[in-house]
Design a protein around this ligand. Sequence first.
Ligand code: ZN
Length: 153
Amino acid sequence: MLGKLSRWLRLLGYDVLYFHDIADDELLRKAKESNRVLLTKDFTLYRRAVINDVEAIMLRGKCLEEDLALLAALNLIKLEFNRELTRCPLCNCKLKIIKNKDEIKNIIPPNILEKYDFFWVCNGCGKVYWLGSHWNSINKSLLKAKSLIKKFE
Ligand SMILES: [Zn+2]
């Protein structure tokens, strides 16, 4: 349910574990053991978390930007993209900034390599990312989320 939000939080540099198919007991145990904040849209799970002393946030946003705005209003996240801190949306590992394009010339299509100047490689899964045209839509979502923060304060 929160896969998209998880990918966004990683993009913003937050260490996020996401479980698609996991029993509630297991999830609560993992959250408690690792001292993580549990994000959920499931009220029963939220209530169980509170009873079990697991810090939890009940998300009710109608869109990604509302959920991001709520987390920002609670001071859990900042709605800023940081090139140094961003993580792999797929596997949560830290990304390494590519200093020399030669390092990736064999894995990235030449037209991409030529067109863009800023690349990262994931320390975990090896996927390469670049600061491309999709960044406009990311910034748009961040601006929209910022404009919604007041709603939740
Ligand atoms: Zn990765």
